[in-house]
Design a protein around this ligand. Structure first.
Ligand code: SF4
Length: 187
């Protein structure tokens, strides 16, 4: 199965209650063979309208962060824990995340990234463990069973709310850049 086929198959998904309020399902965007994948929380208002992840203010900040490490959206793949907008941009609950995670796992299988950046607590807790905390675990490399290097950092929306998070995010992405260069050196 290709990413396009997966996206097509899930267009009318009603596995969880978030389907009721969605305008557009937000599957993901970027290079289907990306070595670097970024995973956020879920669509907001702009994303729900356009069907594309990270297009609002947080998305613009993410673009600037990527540019600072010499990358663009075309180099990476961007997806979320849930593909439909939670009402009032609330955090997706466990039931919703659990219903949607198989799609994300399938995306990861198809893309086969070598580095994954988890953006914020929701991505961290759903992919690493419910007790994980972004404040404690950001900026540390983890490794999946299949050998994918994983690092967590603050979500761009959290940086917009608290400018003190700019520096740690910058430091974390410098670690990502270093690792990414190592991959390029090996390819
Ligand atoms: S959030 Fe995921 S599981 Fe829930 S309806 Fe949307 S696509 Fe389906």
């Amino acid at each position: 199965m290709s990413l396009e086929q997966l996206a097509k198959d899930m267009q009318n998904c009603t596995r969880c209650g978030l389907s009721e309020g969605r305008n557009k399902l937000v599957f993901g965007v970027g290079n289907p063979k990306a070595k670097l994948m970024l995973i956020g929380e879920g669509p907001g208002k702009d994303e729900d309208e356009q069907g594309v992840p990270f297009v609002g203010r947080a998305g613009q900040l993410l673009d600037r962060i990527l540019a600072a490490i010499d990358l663009t959206r075309e180099d990476v793949y961007i997806a979320n824990i849930v593909k439909c907008r939670p009402p009032n941009n609330r955090v997706p609950n466990r039931v919703e995340a659990k219903a949607c995670l198989p799609y994300l796992y399938r995306q990861i299988e198809l893309i086969q990234p070598q580095i994954i950046v988890l953006l914020g607590n929701t991505a961290l807790q759903n992919l690493i463990g419910p007790d994980a905390r972004i404040t404690k675990m950001r900026g540390q490399w983890l490794e999946s069973q299949s050998g994918i290097k994983i690092i967590a950092t603050y979500h761009p929306a959290a940086v917009l709310r608290d400018p003190n998070r700019r520096r740690p995010v910058w430091e974390d992405f410098q670690m990502v850049q270093e690792e990414y260069h190592k991959l390029k050196g090996n390819s």
